[in-house]
Design a protein around this ligand. Structure first.
Ligand code: TMP
Length: 427
């Protein structure tokens, strides 16, 4: 079903799915409804603050058959990804993580002869840059015009496209098959995962590897990372639905590792099915971990919903209490997920003075829905508040290390999930 939502003069398209995107089953089961929210990356310029923002339903559900956790509502992808404000290079953590990922992939699958490495959703080339000067030539595929352009300017050949079967065919014609295909934090963003899986399978060399990173549903449940739910994130993966997807396209999950980025992710290595090719022990290990956490049990999802409701009750209460005592609170980092948190918990400019963020493209804009101004970090250092809400909690370690001065002077960080708490814990 496709319908148009018209809000405040803006017309945008959203489609409610009736079936699971992996197995096609009907009767998706509701987990939590986060209401109608603006798009998490639709930061607002000052001149448009008076204009009503388009809002879209944000409902999380689970497939009763394969277990894929997914959004019911799919927003038109060109609205989400043609212009993008997220740059992989905006933290110190991600570039270092990608360097490690590429090094490990080259060691295991790089081979000795020249070849090709393709990244799906290559952003500003932060990952592919690590391939310059190696045996593998990098090629990025990136739908955001502004970001693809930046990558090309930095010397990473990048096509401004959504990855698809025709794009895979064109790569095969112009460059031949790929020894490595990377997709980091993109599979969850894609509605037609079958198109992408079949295109990736087609693109791989016989012994090539597709290396995928996705946030792990297990960690989202365990650590109540409900703010990672937003319209860009269509799927929240665990192994059973992924393995089903791969098998359908002649692919095999051969290895999986749990990695700490983005609140806990899976690094999956997928290869063509071939006689004698078997999964490593890691696959059974992660499957067992998921079973222990109860991912196949509906009660796990009910408990998650209860804990999400508790954050919505407790976090604004804590912050308002601090304001009443005369404290000044700001937001630290303006990630997309911060906007799920702020909108759902109704935290706005009456609670946060501003949000600081290192991304120049975000500075001077306002958060969607809640209209908190985003400022450059210098403001925070020149005139520190008493408290900072750690919206970019996935970079907690990096940020706490960087802001030792703030902490030494008595400043406090508050982490919103899994329950509102001071970090480091209150002395
Ligand atoms: P992400 O959680 O979606 O990766 O986005 C993190 C955001 O936080 C990004 O906009 C950059 C910002 N940020 C800071 O402002 N200061 C920091 O020290 C770090 C690590 C991130």
């Amino acid at each position: 079903m496709t319908r148009s939502t018209t809000t405040g003069g803006a017309t945008a398209r959203v489609r409610a799915r009736g079936t699971c995107r992996i197995c096609g089953a009907r009767g998706l089961q509701s987990i939590v409804d986060l209401g109608r929210t603006p798009l998490a990356n639709a930061f607002v310029p000052a001149t448009l603050l008076k204009r009503a923002e388009p809002r879209f339903p944000l409902r999380l559900a689970r497939c009763p058959d394969c277990g894929l956790v997914q959004l019911r509502d799919v927003v038109d992808r060109s609205l989400l990804f043609r212009k993008y404000l997220y740059f992989s290079s905006s933290s110190g953590t991600m570039p270092a993580h990608f360097a490690g990922l590429v090094e490990a992939a080259l060691r295991r699958h790089g081979g000795k002869t020249p070849g090709l490495a393709v990244e799906i959703g290559s952003n500003d080339g932060t990952l592919l840059r690590n391939l310059l000067g190696t045996t593998l030539r990098p090629l990025g595929i990136e739908p955001a015009r502004n970001i693809a352009q930046q990558a090309n300017e930095r010397g990473i050949p990048t096509w401004n496209e959504f990855f698809s079967k025709p794009v895979a065919e064109r790569i095969l014609r112009e460059h031949g098959p790929a020894r490595l295909v990377f997709s980091n934090n993109v599979l969850a963003h894609i509605d037609d995962v079958h198109e992408v899986a079949s295109a990736a399978a087609r693109l791989l060399e016989e012994d090539g590897a597709w290396i995928i990173e996705v946030p792990h549903l297990a960690e989202m449940m365990r650590r109540v990372e409900f703010d990672t739910i937003y319209h860009e994130h269509l799927s929240y993966f665990s192994l059973p639905p992924l393995e089903r997807l791969f098998l359908r396209h002649g692919l095999l999950l051969v290895d999986v590792q749990q990695v700490p980025v983005h609140g806990g992710s899976l690094r999956l290595t997928v290869q063509r099915q071939r006689p004698g090719r078997k999964p490593r022990a890691s696959v059974a290990r992660v499957r067992a971990y998921e079973r222990r956490l109860g991912l196949s049990n509906p009660a796990t999802y009910r408990r998650f919903r209860t804990r999400v409701h508790a954050i919505r009750r407790d976090l604004p209460r804590l912050l308002r209490g601090l304001r009443h005592q005369g404290h000044r609170i700001v937001g630290y980092g303006a990630p997309a997920k911060g906007n799920t948190l702020l909108n759902y918990c109704r935290i706005d400019g009456t609670i946060l003075d501003y949000i600081l963020d290192t991304t120049p493209a975000k500075q001077g804009l306002f958060t969607p829905g809640t209209h908190v101004p985003i400022r450059e970090p210098g403001v925070f250092h020149r005139d520190p508040p008493t408290h900072a809400l750690l919206l970019a909690w996935n970079f907690e370690r990096e940020i706490l290390a960087k802001e030792r001065g703030f902490l030494r002077a008595g400043g406090r960080f508050i982490r919103p999930v899994p329950r509102p708490a001071y970090v480091p814990p209150k002395r």
